[in-house]
Ligand binder design. Structure first.
Ligand code: HEC
Length: 143
């Protein structure tokens, strides 16, 4: 009797986690940025930003790899728009206080690590480019 209950429990657990992921709008596409390094050497960053690095790693890896923001290069105003966009996704788990701190981190990181060496990073893709990649990847999977 006990054994029969297991598959039902498993099924319930799967359905629940799938719907939670959908609510969180997990990114379903792999971007070129995702394949780059997934850590930053922050040992030379101001102490408060070293702290924010931890917050950034937790908050910005919920729906896609942390490598994605680590390897994307953008201008200051684009980062501002992006952090807001990520914050406002349903169930992002990012408060506006978190958003402000993470934005300050991203700007510092942009200035000291990315801007001097733009060729090592990826510019952000447009929504259309992301959708095209998504379609291609889904076609490949269903073949
Ligand atoms: C609630 C889920 C979620 C969270 C949390 C989240 N993102 Fe995203 N992110 C996405 C999705 C989905 C995409 C795919 C593009 C889109 O739909 O906007 C994306 C794409 C990106 C991109 C790629 C941009 C491009 O156009 O190439 C960057 C950079 C990014 N996110 C940075 C961040 C940062 C920084 C944080 C933390 C402040 C964060 N994300 C947190 C869901 C999330």
């Amino acid at each position: 009797m006990k054994r029969e209950k297991r598959p039902i429990l498993l099924l319930t657990a799967c359905c629940l986690s799938a719907s939670v992921l959908m609510l969180a709008q997990e990114s379903t596409v792999e971007l070129p940025q995702d394949k780059g390094p997934d850590t930053i050497d922050v040992s030379g960053y101001p102490a408060p930003l070293q702290d924010t690095y931890k917050l950034f790693r937790t908050k910005c890896s919920k729906c896609h790899t942390i490598a994605r923001p680590i390897n994307t290069t953008m201008a200051r105003d684009e980062w501002e728009r992006y952090v807001k966009r990520m914050m406002h996704k349903p169930n992002s788990g990012i408060s506006s206080g978190d958003g402000k701190r993470i934005f300050a981190f991203l700007i510092h990181d942009q200035e000291v690590r990315k801007s001097p060496n733009p060729a090592a990073f990826f510019p952000a893709l447009s929504q259309e480019e992301i959708e095209k990649l998504q379609q291609l990847q889904q076609q490949r999977k269903s073949r």
